[in-house]
Design a protein around this ligand. Structure first.
Ligand SMILES: [Zn+2]
Length: 85
């Protein structure tokens, strides 16, 4: 079993209740209507817009040569090396 899978299992056990009750996005604080996801980097429950932003970030990290598999569940939002913002 890979680390990522183990993490996801433990994570779902502990957070499941909150995940379905929560009605706002942890990241942008906007209300979540129907589509929600779990942040790949942190334990935040986030909306689809923030989820898409993470996907873009992961792609940018990959393109910058950073190992995104090590960043899964790291607890913070990583910065892309060499990017100014
Ligand atoms: Zn959001």
């Amino acid at each position: 079993m890979k680390f990522g899978e183990m993490y996801a299992k433990d994570f779902l056990k502990g957070k499941k209740d909150n995940f379905f009750r929560q009605n706002h996005c942890d990241r942008c604080r906007k209300p979540i209507k129907d589509w929600r996801t779990t942040s790949w980097f942190t334990e935040d429950t986030i909306c689809n817009i923030c989820g898409e932003a993470e996907k873009v970030l992961r792609e940018e990290l990959r393109q910058a040569g950073q190992d995104t598999s090590k960043l899964e569940g790291c607890g913070y939002i990583p910065k892309v090396k060499g990017k100014l913002t």
